[in-house]
Design a protein around this ligand. Structure first.
Ligand code: ADP
Length: 403
């Protein structure tokens, strides 16, 4: 059953707490699943839901606040003995930034405490750029989040972005479902392709990451599904980066290797039931890859594209999953995130998963708007990708225009 929540501009619809709560009241909904955008990490929304006795499917408002502010999340994780990226708490003024920079060294990265979507993030290569970048990071954070608070971290070179999926119920049980490697990112640090497991992680590191994620989640009294993101250095050391207090876009890769329906577990937890599984029951099999098909033009620096889809033939067959809301005739509006479809494959090994994805993308036809489909095909054919030599600068370093 669909309910109109307002005009296209998200401020007046999907971001309007009053409109969303009214839609729930009209339909008699007992709970709201906030998805992965808009109000999904908004503690005021979770608070309003509690007040009107509609269950918010996610953690408590206090936990959303504690982990939503990245500077405070770092402080909480440090206290829980989860290794964090060397850096500061919230920076108060220019002098503090200069002192921190002296201690951390260059390159460093300035990040917005309220950050998300790569906004308010600035890499600083040398000392004389520090203050101007500090000002522009603050201004961007203020404009995007209404909160100009920033902190500083050491900028790690050639790390992998590895994140751990966790599930926690309201009875104190916390489990993890392994990791996802999200190192294939655009220049603006947006994820393009994710896989699980990270086939190149030593077993010792994998185990330590899972334990650290569970320890961190337990320490903050986490409930429901969440993701703890880490950067893993080439030497295997890992550092907490941030936590997403919601289900993520890339959660299906974990569903494919674990056989666990994460959204179903979210609903169980929100109903007050215990998780249906214990850590010892969780076994990951094979390898899964997700390609995020977005309405973006890779030849124009991934500028978002809008328009009517004239044809959409999606792939099928063994080990293929497509999550999408679009069809032929669908108009891609200019107002929202450009994600059109997630194309996923599962196979016994990484090599077979790559071959299966190449076949699946080869079968996909999406016409009428520019998409990242041809770009994904190039990634899959790239030798470094195939060998698994990945780091967050993979696209910038290994996929130049000549490729
Ligand atoms: P956002 O929430 O805005 O997406 P994140 O904190 O998740 O920002 O960081 C996004 C990406 O930026 C990471 O996956 C990584 O590629 C890069 N990044 C962030 N912090 C660092 C760091 N300290 N060193 C190197 N790369 C970083």
């Amino acid at each position: 059953q669909a309910v109109c929540v307002g005009p296209p501009q998200s401020k007046e619809s999907y971001l309007s707490i009053a409109n969303i709560v009214s839609a729930a009241a009209i339909t008699g909904a007992e709970a709201i699943h906030p998805g992965y955008g808009f109000l999904a990490e908004n503690s005021s929304f979770a608070e309003v839901c509690a007040q009107v006795k509609i269950k918010f499917i996610g953690p408590s408002p206090a936990v959303i606040d504690a982990m939503g502010n990245k500077a405070s999340a770092r402080d909480r994780m440090r206290a829980a003995k989860v290794p964090i990226i060397p850096g500061t708490s919230a920076i108060r003024d220019e002098r503090e930034a200069q002192e921190a920079a002296k201690e951390i060294g260059f390159p460093l990265i300035i990040k917005a405490s309220a950050g998300g979507g790569g906004k308010g993030m600035r890499v600083v290569e040398k000392a004389d750029e520090l203050l101007s970048q500090l000002a522009s990071a603050r201004a961007e954070a203020e404009a995007a989040f209404g909160d100009g608070e920033v902190y500083i971290e050491k900028y790690l070179s050639e790390p992998r972005h590895i994140e751990v999926q966790i599930l926690a119920d309201e009875h104190g049980e916390v489990v993890h479902l392994g990791e996802r490697d999200c190192s294939v990112q655009t220049a603006r640090h947006q994820k393009m392709l994710e896989e699980s497991p990270c086939a190149f992680l030593p077993e010792k590191t994998r185990k330590a990451l899972g334990e650290a994620a569970v320890r961190g989640a337990r320490a903050v009294g986490y409930q429901n599904a969440g993701t703890i993101e880490f950067l893993v250095a080439p030497g295997g050391e890992f550092y907490f980066m941030e936590m997403n207090t919601r289900i993520q876009v890339e959660h299906p890769v974990t569903e494919m290797v674990s056989g666990v329906d994460l959204v179903k577990e979210q609903l169980r937890v929100a109903s007050g039931e215990p998780l249906s599984l214990r850590q010892k029951d969780i076994a990951l099999t094979g390898h899964a890859i997700e390609c995020r098909l977005t309405a973006e033009d890779p030849s124009r620096n991934f500028a978002p594209a809008s328009g009517r889809i004239t044809r959409f033939d999606w792939p099928g067959g063994m080990g293929v999953r497509v999550d999408s809301h679009v069809r032929a005739g669908y108009f891609v509006p200019p107002y929202y995130d450009s994600l059109l479809a997630k194309i996923l494959v599962h196979a016994p090994t990484r090599d077979e998963a790559i071959a299966r994805m190449q076949r699946a993308l080869g079968e996909t036809r999406l016409e009428g708007v520019a998409t990242t489909l041809p770009f994904h095909q190039k990634i899959l054919a790239n030798e470094y990708f195939q060998r698994g030599e990945l780091s967050t600068d993979f696209l910038a370093r290994r996929m130049t225009d000549e490729d």
